[in-house]
Write a protein that binds this ligand. Sequence first.
Ligand SMILES: [Zn+2]
Length: 117
Amino acid sequence: MIAATSSNTSATSTSHPYPHRPSSSSSASATQACAACKYQRRKCNQDYTLASYFPADQQRQFLNAHRLFGVSNILKIICHLDPVQCAEAMHSIIFQSNARAHDPVGGCYSIILELER
Ligand SMILES: [Zn+2]
């Protein structure tokens, strides 16, 4: 299987496009850098555009998005959008990234095929 290369992404919640979950163990993450800052090894600014979409406990999600789009491209995409569109764009980016991580060959396309069936 081709998917074997990234099957260790533990596709437990990759189908869930939204990063925010009412997790009970997020008390420590309040002081933690968000996933994007942690990856870039920089001081976390909570105003940072990506911080709200990639909280500290969503490192996997960030890596998926970064692998597919690249941080600079994501920022380029959303910096021209108003906040409402920005949120939708980020959800779309995250969803596509997770779909691609879950299915490296088909990505979103296999989901669309499934829906059209
Ligand atoms: Zn941050």
